[in-house]
Design a protein. Structure first.
Length: 445
């Protein structure tokens, strides 16, 4: 056993799968087994593995300029080109881009940018952030406080209250609806709860509302119709920013450029990472409106420096790979392709909705979840069932991920073909049948 402290792992169950190589949408372990990578690694390897263009982009940049920081006015061409390309793509007015390394640090940076901005415009009391239950926004101190999953809080003594984080309802109709409540009534109730929270806290103290357009780690939750329209109207009424965490849903995952487009959101801020470089290099982006940046210029000049930045912000190699990734997305019409194959995936997954242990099949584009449920009793199955199904999938040569306690998530590379989706569906069908038998044999129904 190595000396690694493994991330997001049971320390008594480490090194259970040792990977050696990968190509396209397939990965291979050290025992010679091949797996269809149905999770794009961690929602991120959009262009699959062993993409020669991305490898060449990294190699060439290593030759040209292997490293340069961006402190004290220094810059480099590839970083500037990447920021301009992103600004053209995102649905944020006159966007300005701050680069980091991960979705977690992008969200931490956004917390600081919000505070800097509201101090700059003379509203220092406007610093609270509304985040949802069942959300995932990362694991650094600030991002973990935004996250609404108990496992990411346990034993860490996070300063949630000190950071001014307010927790509101998740739009998870299957699990959180009241008896006899329609989706429309559910939306009205939780949006009403949100307004009451805003008024109780004082809208003049609240800076932003953060949300994943479609959640990831909490179970690929898709808000019911009308939810985002009503939330955005409420935020506009009380002068609160909509901050879209697009770390998972950005760059074609939902069949559009961004999850915000799919879900009808016009964000003031966006956090990006993962598919920005197809995971070939660690890079993230915190995107803010141009007027926010403009307001910070003079206070920064008075101090002499903007006191936030990372050694590897806009690392030239990461920037070059991200720039090439965006070029491939546009040249090969990857987002449109993902919309077509995504529609096929969603259609094929619906066959599992009739299973006695499936409560819901949901998704958009090439992200989806099968939510496990005791249909006979209309209640969630124990979390152990989703982990059993995850292992059954792996035993059948398919990598998926148990998320949110009861769901199994799908997030294949955007380059997956219909034939490969058929392969994925066949492997999942076998694993689900094994899981149904396990549930019945062990009295879990």
């Amino acid at each position: 056993m190595s000396r690694i402290i493994y991330p997001t792992t049971n320390f008594k169950a480490t090194e259970t799968l040792v990977l050696e190589r990968a190509d396209g949408i397939y990965i291979h372990d050290d025992q010679g087994n091949q797996y269809l990578e149905g999770m794009s690694g961690l929602w991120c390897t959009s262009l699959g593995y062993n993409n020669q263009e991305l490898i060449d982009a990294a190699t060439q940049q290593l030759h040209d300029l292997s490293y340069s920081h961006m402190f004290s006015g220094k810059t480099h061409k590839v970083g500037m080109e990447l920021s301009d390309k992103l600004a053209e793509m995102v649905p944020v007015d006159n966007a300005r881009i701050f680069f980091g390394h991960s979705g977690s640090d992008a969200n931490d940076s956004q917390i600081k940018l919000l505070r800097y901005y509201f101090n700059a415009i003379g509203k220092p009391e406007k610093r609270k952030i509304i985040a949802r239950q069942r959300s995932y926004h990362g694991v650094t101190i600030g991002a973990a406080c935004l996250t609404g999953l108990p496992i990411n809080h346990a034993n860490f003594d996070l300063p949630v209250d000190a950071l001014g984080i307010i927790r509101t309802d998740a739009p998870y109709y299957l699990r959180d609806k009241l008896a006899g409540e329609t989706e429309s009534q559910f939306v009205d109730r939780i949006v009403g709860n949100l307004e009451r929270q805003i008024l109780a806290e004082g809208p003049e103290t609240i800076a932003a509302f953060i949300a994943e357009p479609i959640t990831g780690a909490s179970g690929v939750i898709i808000a019911p119709d009308g939810y985002y329209a009503k939330v955005q109207a409420l935020l506009k009424q009380y002068d609160i920013f909509f901050w879209a965490d697009e770390v998972i849903t950005g760059f074609g995952r939902t069949g559009n450029d961004f999850g915000s487009t799919t879900m009808g959101i016009k964000p003031d801020m966006m956090s990006l990472a993962k598919q920005l470089s197809s995971a070939y290099q660690p890079i993230s982006a915190a995107v803010i409106r141009g007027d926010m940046y403009d307001a910070m210029v003079e206070p920064c000049a008075e101090l002499g420096v903007f006191g936030h930045g990372y050694t590897y912000s806009a690392h030239p190699v990461a920037s070059a790979v991200a720039l090439k990734t965006l070029e491939i997305y546009q040249r090969d019409e990857i987002f449109a392709r993902a919309a077509d194959t995504g529609a096929y995936l969603q259609q094929q997954l619906q066959q599992f909705a009739s299973s006695p242990i499936v409560g819901e099949v949901r998704g958009r584009g090439l992200i989806a979840a099968v939510d496990l449920h005791n249909c006979a009793k209309d209640e969630a199955l124990p979390a152990c069932v989703s982990y059993f199904l995850q292992q059954a999938c792996q035993d059948n040569g398919l990598i998926l991920r148990a998320v949110g306690g009861t769901a199994i998530a799908f997030c294949p590379p955007l380059i997956i073909t219909q034939d490969q989706i058929d392969e994925l569906i066949g492997k999942f069908a076998a694993a689900l049948a094994t899981t149904e038998a396990h549930v019945k044999a062990n009295g879990l129904m």
